[in-house]
Structures are given as C-alpha cells and as structure tokens.
Design a protein around this ligand. Structure first.
Ligand code: NAD
Length: 515
C-alpha cells in the first residue's frame, strides 16, 4: 500500500512548545505580537484548539522587513564559502531535528508521522541543492570581446525577498524558498500559513543556531493584513507564493503592480491517464497512494483518473478492493496511513462533493462519511471516497477538491483523454500509466502540464530541477527551486571592462565597436 518515505518512528513524539502562543521571529528573536489579533491553531485529529497564533499588524511586518533590510548589506558581503558553510549547518541541524519538526506537522496539519518525515526529507533536498551555491552563482566570462576588452556576467542577490506559504507543506514549501534565497545572499521574510505556523518558528531557531545572522531570516505570522503589507512594501524586492489559484492570481497582480518580481504557484487538478495496456495492480496502487496520501491535501495529488477504453472496469475494481485496507486515524496511531483534514469546514466542503456528484448523476462508489471516525470523533476525519463515473460538467470535476476523494472519468480513446487534460484550466502535474514507450513519449510531447510522470503518480521534481505548473497553476515566469529558483532570487549584471596598456590610449568619439 502507501510507500513509506521513512521508517515508522514519530507517532507519539513530544510536540515542541505545545500549548504556547505562536509569535513572530524578528531580528533573530521571538517577538510576541502586539496587534491584539490572533487566530486558533487546531489539532485536526481531536478538533481542539491547541494554541493561538499572533496575527501581525502593518507595523509588525514593517519591523520584520526593517530587520531584513538592515541585515542585507552584511549578508550579501559575506563570502560565498562562508554562506555555503552556514547552509551545510542549516541542512544538518534541520536533519537532526526532523522528528521534532515532524511532530509539529502532525500536531497542526494532521499528516501522519511517516508523511511528515517524507515532507521534511524533500525539503532538506533543497537545502542540499543550496549548498552548491558556489557553482550556481558562477557567471560567464568572455576574454577579448573587443581588443583589450573583456565582458563578464555576475549574478547578484535582489535584497529583501518574501515567501507566503500554504498549510499543506508547512516545512517543505518554506524550504523550497528560503534555501536558495538565503544562499544567494538575500534576506528573507516568511509568512507561513496561519493554520500550522509552528514549524516556521522551529526552523527559525535552527537557522540561528546554524549561524544565520539575525535579520537574515524572519517570520511574520498572520493573515491578509500581513500579506497585503508585504505586497506593497517598498523594501520587498520579490515575493514567492504557493497556495490556491485565486490568491495566487491576486498575489501576482498586486505584487507586480508594486514593481516586485513575483512567482505565484496556484492550485491543481491532476489527471492520471491509464491506458488499456497498463499494469492494473501497479496503476491501482499508484492511484490509492497518490489520491489518498496526506488525505489528498497535496497539490500533486491525483484527483482524477482518466480510464481509457476497457481498462476502466478492472481498474476501478482493483481500486475498490484496496479501499478498506487504507488505515485512517490520528498521527498518534502507529498504524495510521491517512490522517484528518486541516479544518472541519474544509472536511465538510470535500464531503459536499459526494452529494453534488450524486445529485448531478455520478455514482458514489465509496463514501468517506461511512468511516467510523467521521461521526465517532471530534477530529476532522473523512474516510477514502471514490466517484465513478464522473463527467467534466460536474462540480467534482471542475473544482479543486483537495481531499481524499478520487474520481474516475471514462473516455474511449487516448486522444479524448489528452483533450480532456489539456482543456482543464489547471496544469500542475499529470501522469500516464502504460507499458507502451511510444504512447508515453507522445503524451510527454502533447500534454499541457508543467510536471509529467510516466508510471510515476506524483512527479515532484528532484531539487536540482525546478517545480512548477502551467496555466492557472502558476503565475509568473520562473518555476520554484532548483536552477530557476537561483534565477528568481538573483539578477544578472554584465560588466564590460578595459584595462588598457596606457601606451595605446587615444580619443575616439565613434560608437564602441567590437571588430
Ligand atoms: P491559500 O491560498 O488559502 O493560502 C495560502 C497563503 O495565502 C496563506 O499563507 C494564507 O494566509 C494566505 N492567504 C489566504 N487568503 C488570502 C487573502 N485573501 N489575501 C492574502 N493572503 C491570503 O491556500 P491553502 O489553503 O493554505 O493551501 C492549499 C492550496 O495551495 C491548494 O489550492 C493547493 O493546490 C495549493 N498548493 C499549490 C502548490 C503548488 O506548488 N502549485 C503547492 C502546495 C499547495
């Protein structure tokens, strides 16, 4: 069943700072909020409010940005080798503390410990990539571009950059951003999701311990007030965002209007195309893992299976047979493979698609509300759900559901399947399951999505490539992390230099020639 990214430890690990109020992190220390505004942080497995998180005022955002502005000249001038050494220490400290970090993710997001450790492992890969910054920042050099003239290109940091992150990866997505941003010499202000804010504070402490100077990394907790101040702040040079499509569009439009460089990653509706020649068991295992892992709250989760021709019946039967084996439960249960959803409201919204699907003519093959934890617990649980067949006009196809609800669309041909995927407004990830190399290659060539899996259901690129979707899944020009992350967090400068032999100096009012 679900592949474990890590051995099973973690269930029952102590939660750092349990019950304490979550503050901001400014100039290298905890800053208790003074705005008088705060929000609840739930334990999704019990439904209880576990702690409160401060919501920043405009003045508190300004203080975090001011600390980042003050730290920038010194950090930028710090040698690349020193910054590299610090990034190695950040990587090692986060790795050493991954169980504490995972315990925070389980406590506030609800994902089971193996999933939380998997998230952290993928985040750490970005820290490892960032330790290669001496190589990434190498420019180009052209000797003798003209007589006695050399031309070279250097990459310089932007200044203060900000990251605004979603609830579903409270450790990994910040690492996607700050690893490269800081390694390149920028200073960074993070606005994490208010739903699971504590991971950001533990990472801030670890960065300080690793030797990241005060002000180079700051955290500002909050909601729209904090986000809007970041978007209009004159000292913020660039904004990286990951979240839902409507907010991504808003961030991109508002940030660029204020003259900032913006990359804004949005929502998704990922299709898994299964051809008639596919290995049914492998495809069914993949659909279950990618559809229900992390309770479907992954932007790369499989949302819709597109079954071509006569593969549909045996595939749906194989998926259905596996559903009772998925262990739903709290992260404290070592047997649990899938935890609760993030909030009651979101859980109920996901469940609502079962009703709308049924009302619009689809068949609900499995209803997650039949799971005993749906009614028998105050936690935000929903069991695994399956709708088949679904048609593209139905709400459960049109909307991003972001929960443990898999849907099946049946089509007659490969061409019909690709048309369906390419007509969808989202273009984050997609996958094809087949034994036919030619069909897979054609799919890779034709499909409109930023990340493609071939017999791989969740094709999240490794850290030395870049992550990003197409269409309404990304606003901006550059994808996140990897080489495009380095490009995003730096700007290039080209220097044309002459060191003439004083004996050859003369006046020439003509336009500079190279030949
Ligand atoms: P969200 O858009 O609600 O929130 C993301 C961030 O924006 C949070 O920090 C939040 O505080 C802030 N925000 C929310 N509403 C705002 C508003 N009106 N004005 C200003 N800021 C606002 O997203 P979420 O629910 O936290 O995360 C789930 C979404 O993120 C899903 O749509 C998922 O597909 C998407 N996601 C995308 C990727 C990707 O790489 N494309 C990765 C992870 C998650």
């Amino acid at each position: 069943m679900t592949q474990l990214a890590e051995p099973r430890p973690g269930a029952g690990d102590a939660v750092p700072g349990a019950g304490e109020r979550v503050n901001h992190w400014v100039a290298g220390r905890r800053l208790p909020g003074t705005s008088g505004r705060s929000g609840p942080v739930f334990d999704p497995a019990t439904g209880a409010v576990a702690r409160e998180v401060d919501f920043a005022s405009v003045g508190e955002v300004d203080a975090a940005v001011a600390a980042a502005v003050a730290a920038f000249p010194g950090w930028r001038a710090t040698s690349i080798s020193k910054r590299t050494e610090i990034m190695f220490r950040v990587r090692n400290l986060i790795d050493a503390h991954r169980r504490e970090l995972a315990a925070l993710l389980t406590a506030e997001h609800g994902k089971v410990p193996s999933d939380a450790l998997g998230e952290i492992a993928r985040g750490i890969e970005n820290l490892e990539f960032a330790t290669g910054v001496p190589q990434h920042l190498k420019g180009g050099f052209s000797e003798q571009a003209s007589s006695g003239v050399d031309v070279y290109q250097i990459r310089q940091p932007l200044g203060v950059v900000a990251g605004i992150t979603p609830f579903n990866f409270p450790a990994m997505v910040p690492m996607w951003m700050f690893a490269n941003a800081i390694a390149c010499g920028n200073t960074f202000v993070l606005k994490p999701s208010e739903k699971d804010p504590s991971a950001s504070m533990l990472m801030a402490e670890l960065l300080k311990e690793a030797g990241v100077p005060d002000g180079v990394f700051g955290v500002i907790q909050g909601d729209k007030v904090a986000v809007d101040r970041i978007l209009e702040h004159p000292d913020v040079a660039a904004v990286s965002f990951v979240g839902s499509t409507p907010i991504a569009r808003y961030i991109y439009e508002t940030g660029t209007r204020h003259g900032k460089r913006v990359q804004a990653l949005g929502g998704a509706k990922n299709h898994m195309l299964v051809l008639p020649d596919a290995d049914i068991d492998m495809a069914a295992d993949a659909a279950i893992s990618a559809g229900y892992g992390s309770a479907g709250e992954r932007c790369m989760a499989v949302a819709t299976i597109v079954a071509v021709g006569d593969v549909a019946d045996p595939l749906v039967a194989a998926i259905k047979a596996r559903l009772p084996k998925v262990k739903v439960g709290p992260g404290s249960d070592p047997a649990a493979e899938m935890g609760p959803l993030i909030t009651r409201q979101h859980r109920d919204k996901v469940a609502g698609y079962l009703d709308s699907g049924r009302a619009q003519g689809a068949t609900v093959v499995a209803d997650g509300r039949d799971h005993p934890l749906y009614r028998g617990s105050d936690g935000f649980f929903l069991g695994v759900s399956l709708i088949d067949p679904l048609t593209p006009e139905m709400d459960a196809y049109k909307d991003e559901i972001f929960g443990p609800l898999l849907t099946v669309v049946r089509v007659k041909t490969y061409d019909e399947a690709v048309r369906l995927i390419n007509d969808n407004p989202y273009g984050n990830g997609t996958a094809i399951f087949t034994r036919d190399g030619g069909a897979a290659r054609r799919f890779q060539f034709e499909v409109s999505a930023g990340m493609v899996g071939i017999n791989v259901p969740i094709p999240v690129p490794v850290a030395y490539y870049s992550f990003g979707g197409w269409k309404s899944s990304l606003f901006g020009d550059l994808h996140m992390y990897g080489p495009e992350g380095i490009q995003f967090y730096t700007r290039s400068k080209v220097v044309t230099a002459r060191w003439p032999d004083p004996g050859t100096s003369k006046i020439d009012l003509g336009f500079p020639r190279t030949r």
